[in-house]
Design a binder for this molecule. Structure first.
Ligand SMILES: *Cc1c(COP(=O)(O)O)cnc(C)c1O
Length: 452
């Protein structure tokens, strides 16, 4: 829907009134499969000569409506909805690498993704290197090898808010002809569209801002449609060399959606399919995306400024603050707002963080973000618990650092809640001058290893 504004498209892009009743809202097609009119239509659906649906793992009209809308909002050629953000990342990487290949990633990324790249790809014979500073172009250049098949980064990493210079990294990956994948979860297409700045593929955890209400998990992969697969058939034979039953490769059949078509096949085989009910809830969330993200970003900026001036606060990581080393890059990319997630390091180390967290009443203690409710989490003892002290320090995750995801509550109530909690910090921070260490993890439960 080119030519229309973002808010109009978040309501209308990709809509189709299917069936005899023409319902205004997208129906939830909660059906495992779809009826074939006759013998020949069944064959045509499987042979791919008839576009209709056959089985929900392969495609579903509700999921397809969400895919069309997200592809439009991200300025992509096509999208694929999967069961979670992790499924989107895993499917994307699995579609691009083969045994012996190399992946180069920013180390400032979602911890679940970092663990997947570091621990699980190795088992498949794929090597991964990490670049410590996402905007150190010389380090990216040094890290690229002849067998590098993916460059991966996040547009707004958390908790440090070290905003990515997407266009600069895209120029480098173009020069080396390597697909550049950006996780755009925290920015959302409302704040930033990496494909417009030269990225090749965008992934999201739709569980966060897209769905927005903390009710469902989902993930999405968006193809920019611009990577020249056919010119790099040696590197990506699965997309540009191996012919399908019709004698054509994915790249020949449809050059602008070749990656997405292949990723759809990977997802079909590995099976991380989302429920159509979840697709509906994601679609409904997207209808108010711009309103929520604008308000949440505005509140986050206000709170970041207020926190920075508070005596019980050591530092605030938020790219909207002039004190942030990432402010200049953020101002170039995030013209509508700097996002809803910030980190605050309170005085008193881990004891200060505990007192602060336990005193909050409006903020919810929870591992999630992008919810309509405000959330708080202590990364060092939760999401990043498998990192040792040196790794935490290198990532700037201090013992007193808390991640805040700002919701839609009244700003005055959020300020009052934070102010009261910081009052509790004063009690413990005064007692010890040196910041307390993060407690050493004695044992990691299997549950924790399974569910990051
Ligand atoms: C949450 C998150 C993921 C993982 O998404 P799930 O839907 O929880 O699987 C990936 N990347 C980022 C940046 C995230 O915040």
């Amino acid at each position: 829907m080119s030519g229309l504004g973002f808010s109009t498209r978040q309501l209308h892009a990709g809509e189709r009134y299917d069936g005899p009743h023409a319902p205004r809202a997208t129906p939830i097609h909660l059906s495992a499969g779809f009826v074939f009119d006759d013998f020949d239509q069944a064959h045509a659906r499987f042979a791919g000569t008839d576009e209709g649906f056959s089985y929900t793992r392969v495609g579903n009209p509700t999921n397809a409506a969400a895919e069309r809308r997200i592809a439009d909002l991200e300025s992509g050629s096509a999208a694929l909805l999967v069961g979670s953000g992790q499924a989107a990342v895993a499917t994307t990487i699995l579609a691009l690498v083969s045994t012996g290949d190399h992946v180069l990633s920013s180390s400032s990324i979602y911890e679940g993704t970092r663990e997947l790249l570091r621990d699980d790809l190795a088992r498949l014979g794929v090597t991964v290197d990490f670049v410590a500073d996402p905007n150190d172009l010389a380090a990216w250049e040094r890290g690229i090898r002849p067998d590098t098949r993916v460059v991966f980064a996040e547009s707004i990493p958390n908790p440090k808010n070290d905003v990515l210079d997407v266009a600069a990294l895209a120029r480098l990956t173009r020069r080396h002809a390597i697909p550049f994948v950006v996780d755009n979860t925290l920015a959302t297409p409302y704040l930033l569209r990496p494909l417009e700045d030269g990225a090749d593929i965008v992934v999201h955890s739709a569980s966060k801002f897209l769905a927005g209400h903390g009710t469902v998990l989902g993930g999405v992969i968006v193809d920019g449609g611009t990577f020249p697969w056919a010119a790099h058939a040696d590197a990506y034979p699965q997309i540009a060399r191996t012919p399908g039953p019709d004698g054509l490769t994915f790249a020949e059949r449809s050059p602008h959606t070749a990656f997405l078509d292949f990723a759809r096949r990977v997802a079909m085989r590995y099976g991380p399919v989302p429920s159509p009910l979840n697709a509906f809830l994601i679609l409904q969330g997207i209808e108010t995306l711009s309103l929520r993200v604008q308000r949440q970003s505005d509140s986050a900026l206000h709170l970041a400024r207020w926190l920075e001036g508070h005596p019980q606060v050591e530092s605030v990581d938020y790219s909207g603050l002039p004190s942030s080393p990432h402010h200049a890059v953020a101002r170039r990319y995030l013209t509508r707002g700097f996002g809803a997630v910030l980190a605050v390091t309170v005085r008193g180390g881990v004891d200060g963080a505990r007192a602060f967290t336990n005193a909050l009443r409006v903020f919810t203690r929870m591992t999630h973000l992008g919810d309509v409710r405000s959330l708080v989490l202590h990364p060092a003892t939760t999401t990043h618990v498998l990192r040792d002290a040196d790794e935490l320090a290198a990532a700037g995750i201090h013992p007193g650092l808390l991640r805040l995801s700002i919701g839609l509550e009244d700003l005055d109530d959020l300020v009052a809640d934070l102010d009261r909690a910081l009052g509790e910090v004063a009690g413990v921070a005064g007692a010890s001058s040196a910041p307390a260490e993060v407690p050493v993890v004695e044992a990691v439960s299997p549950r924790r290893l399974l569910a990051v």
